[in-house]
Design a protein around this ligand. Sequence first.
Ligand SMILES: C[S@@+](CC[C@H](N)C(=O)[O-])C[C@H]1O[C@@H](n2cnc3c(N)ncnc32)[C@H](O)[C@@H]1O
Length: 453
Amino acid sequence: MSNNGKIFLVGFGPGSKEHMTQRAREAIAESNVVIGYSTYIKLVKDLLDDKEVVRKGMTEEIDRCIEAYDQAKQGKVVSLISSGDIGVYGMAGPTYEVLLQAGWTPQSDIEVEIVPGTTALSACASLVGAPLTHDFCSISLSDLLTPWPSIAKRLDAAGDSDFVVALYNPKSGRRTQQIVEAQRILLQYRKPETPVAIIKSAYRDLQDIQMTTLDKMSDQKIGMLSTVLIGNSTTFVQEGLMITPRGYANKYDKLTGETKDGEKAGRSLSMGLLGWKDCVRKYMNDSQNHSLKDVARHFDAPMGEIISAISEANEGQAAAGYEAVPIPLENIAAVLDTTADWGLLRAIVRAEGGAISELMINSGEFTQRGDWLNIENEHFHLHIDSSQLSSAWFVRHTDKLRGVQFFNKKNETLFNLALIKIDGKFDKNIDEKFNRAWNELDLNEKQVKVVNE
Ligand SMILES: C[S@@+](CC[C@H](N)C(=O)[O-])C[C@H]1O[C@@H](n2cnc3c(N)ncnc32)[C@H](O)[C@@H]1O
């Protein structure tokens, strides 16, 4: 036997012979030793004649990796096998970790080859229709190695971002409540009737498929061998098939029809990266009555992005009367100094938990000290961490609004300051000061644009 051992990390697909790749078969055929969890060994037993077979239990994952390395060091060719794709919640990661910790490098004598396989989510999806034809994510509900707050945060983000979600390891004899919690989190964002498919043992003898909805998901039979596919806001079920549209309806009148007005085949949507802010201004101009909040809600975009869209309006083409000009962050202290004599201001401050404070302050009560923006008087002390600040804008609207708006790194509102009208009018002096500060920023912005062009 040559001294050069080799480790194949083989994903053998969902479990049926037909769905195993040619390379997976070759890898096992070339191996002297096959190591795997006992259920996996059973699934490939027809390929194991003449092989040394090492069966390990579920919890002996690291033992499997160490065994593979030890055998390869003796010059043997070893297949470490895993269902689905070995790199997806599989043994590829732990094996590399064990090898690297033992001083192995890709240049050393023992070659490692990963053989990819069909992962459970695509195998399961193929049995119920086409639920993954748009953006999706997979989340494992196993908290054996991952803290629950991390899992909950991922579920929340997936719900908020409208991903189709594939849940791996959804439930076991001991872990019964994780699926209930996942359902609760996703129901904050998704309709109760959102389609859900629960696929057990895809492409194996005991294959079982249940079609249900999100509100009933956790009442269904779910186990260790199930994968749960949860639709997004557009997923539908027709003729028993769960389908997530690819998005053609955004561009074409019918699937085979003409493109809609303003759209072009082979080009980004009018709502694509380069066009969507034009759509924001058009929407605002078409109906002059939308509040900025309505606009942000309509486009499902944070307020900072809407203000940025307003600021990009061409000269003389403000968005429904709104205008905005950015305050360069490096100048913020100097610009804020100019607010000191703006008189009475309305300050609207949003707390992370959702509370909104509306305060009447004197402009002199708004100061910056070190990293903190402070609003302080004898009634309250409010401190805003300026390291959260990622953009700030002067915003005005005809004779209705004069203000400064501050946004965090997610472009969500941190706080606003607005001049207050007295008897329905802004104080003439203060309005002039505001407009003077505005003009300086505007000039500066135009110069920056010229330099960048
Ligand atoms: C440790 S993960 C292994 C994933 C595997 N490496 C893959 O790529 O599919 C185990 C989980 O995969 C899912 N799974 C694996 N094989 C499956 C099958 N044939 N049918 C349904 N779900 C399966 C189940 O959610 C199970 O709890």
